[in-house]
Design a protein around this ligand. Structure first.
Ligand code: GLN
Length: 533
């Protein structure tokens, strides 16, 4: 069996939803009982997303195997309800590092090492290995950036070569573009799409499909015009108009006949049964858009609130939990650096503090965690939000002096949160945190056990600091207990205040395990508590 490849490229501008298009096509194939996975190519020079500021690039998504990946990997996981390994996020730095390392080892036997063929061969090798290792029917590869960018050229060249090598029924290209209208009733303009396809064809790629983003459904005359100028058959010019929820996009593409067309192009006609799994998926997709009348108001207090994408998995996880509870979640992002009047938090049903790094904005989070505790407002603290909740408790309940995290104040008298011992000699910032899934043991008869309904869970991590065990007896004597641990008691993983309505801190990142229809348990418990009047 040979894997079939679908390559998704982008035109006109960034942010058109290549990730959603990629995930939706993968979902449609999965619903047709095909074994699929997705790959994200990021043409930037960072080795991975780990060192990038979430305000500029969106959240760093952590995989089971500890990859610090582009947030599109999270979209793939959520759409497919399937884990994606870190090897599925390919960057320029990874490709060049391998080639340069091989060159230094003398593996090229004296030849001049060049972008074509050495870099392009390495790119193709990585893509094919993923297909072979996963024994996939289909692999969807999304190439980041916009056609015309210098840095994506070697990747597009590798994809072009794969079409030649795999044969006409081995590869298809989907190009995502835009048809803007200057006002709501205005004509849908085709020129940006025409130019973008011309640019793609100039480097040797003829798209098979165009996924055209637009506000209102693409009109027939616009489709005809685009098809005519781009050599794409009119039925394969697909309208990707605005919808309420991204989970409706597979249906929209399906209704335009994308599946029949894909299977014709790959010579797989008659082998598909797309109907078997639709019911379940439609139920999930529907549940994500309803319940407007049942609002739960959540304050998300954090450092990277200027860009909603900084905490995209947390936003999704809240919505998954809301869908299960038949509530709609209204999230207000509050900048922990500028908050001064904490009484504004009293109007929320729940307060969530997500992950974060560094000193800036940390005092606002500590005060927030304290306010939620004092006012009995449901609180969910994730990673940084867990650590700073412990600090708030150390300062305000234990009345210790100069309580802090060693990350925020290196010489604090009471470092309630301290560096992980194995981090003491780490100097590289990239890929050096405690990363990926680890097993966690939950104590019996705790809120955590009730939430997870088990005593062993596995969750993803991304941190360098942890609770200093020295202070635990003092905490527990005063009503805050550590209800889960990992590495045979070495690290604290969950904190809770049993006398509080709902006060939970988790050292791990539950948001990365939450999927539509399968919400993560701590989010469900949080939303449940927040919905109780
Ligand atoms: N900055 C903290 C640490 O490194 C928390 C990290 C996070 O929130 N992901 O431990």
């Amino acid at each position: 069996m040979q894997t079939k490849y679908i390559f998704v490229t982008g035109g006109v501008m960034s942010g058109l939803g290549k990730g959603v298009t990629t995930s939706s096509i993968a979902k449609l194939l999965q619903l047709s009982n095909q074994k699929v996975s997705c790959v994200k190519i990021d043409p930037y020079l960072n080795y991975d997303a780990g060192t990038m500021n979430p305000i500029a690039h969106g959240e760093v998504f952590v995989t089971e195997d500890g990859g610090e990946c582009d947030m599109d990997i999270g979209n793939y996981e959520r759409f497919l309800n399937q884990d994606i390994p870190k090897s599925h996020n390919i960057t320029t730095a990874q490709v060049y590092s391998s080639v340069i390392e091989a060159e230094r080892k003398g593996k090229y036997l004296g030849v001049c090492v060049q972008i074509i063929p050495h870099i392009t061969d390495e790119i193709k090798k990585r893509i094919r290995k993923i297909a072979e290792d996963g024994k996939l029917d289909f692999l969807i590869v999304e190439c980041g950036g916009t056609v015309g960018d210098i840095e994506s050229l070697p990747f597009l060249e590798a994809l072009r070569q794969m079409k030649v090598e795999e044969g006409p029924q081995g590869v298809i290209f989907v190009h995502v573009t835009l048809a803007p209208s200057l006002d709501v009733v205005g004509e849908q303009k085709t020129k940006p799409t025409q130019h973008s396809v011309q640019e793609l064809r100039r480097i040797g790629i003829q798209p098979d499909f165009l996924a055209v983003r637009c506000t209102l459904p693409l009109e027939e005359k616009t489709k005809t015009k685009i098809g005519m100028f781009t050599n794409v058959s009119i039925k394969d010019v697909l309208s990707c108009h605005d919808v309420k929820s991204i989970f409706e996009v597979p249906q929209i593409l399906y209704d335009q006949g994308i599946m029949d067309s894909i299977f014709v192009k790959f010579g797989k006609v008659g082998m598909v049964n797309a109907s078997a799994n639709w019911d379940k998926w439609n139920k999930i997709a529907q549940s994500m858009v309803n319940h407007e009348d049942q609002q739960v108001k959540i304050a998300m207090v954090g450092k990277y609130v200027k860009l909603a994408d900084s905490y995209v998995s947390v936003n999704h996880a809240l919505k998954h939990a809301g869908a299960q509870m038949e509530k709609s979640i209204d999230i207000d992002w509050i900048d922990s650096e500028s908050i001064t009047d904490y009484t504004i938090l009293s109007k929320y049903d729940g307060i969530l503090v997500p992950g974060g790094f560094g000193t800036r904005g940390s005092e606002g989070i500590i005060q927030t965690a304290n306010y939620a505790r004092e006012k009995n407002i449901p609180y969910l603290g994730i990673c940084f939000g867990f650590q700073l909740a412990a600090i708030a408790f150390g300062r305000n309940v234990l009345n210790l002096e100069d309580v802090n995290s060693a990350e925020i104040k290196t010489d604090a008298k009471n470092p309630v949160v301290d560096l992980l011992p194995e981090q003491k000699n780490v100097s590289d910032m990239g890929g050096s945190l405690r990363l990926g899934a680890n097993e966690i043991t939950i104590k019996e008869n705790t809120n955590a056990q009730k939430i997870y309904n088990t005593t062993t869970i596995s969750k993803r991590h991304r941190h360098r600091y942890e609770i200093n065990k020295k202070y635990i007896p003092e905490f527990e004597k005063n009503g805050l207990i550590f209800s889960a641990e990992s590495d045979r008691g070495k690290r604290m993983e969950i904190l809770e205040i049993p006398s509080h309505k709902f006060y939970l801190g988790v050292q791990f990142h539950p948001e990365f395990n939450s999927r539509p229809g399968f919400p993560e348990e701590s989010f469900v418990a949080f939303i449940k508590a927040a919905s109780e009047k």
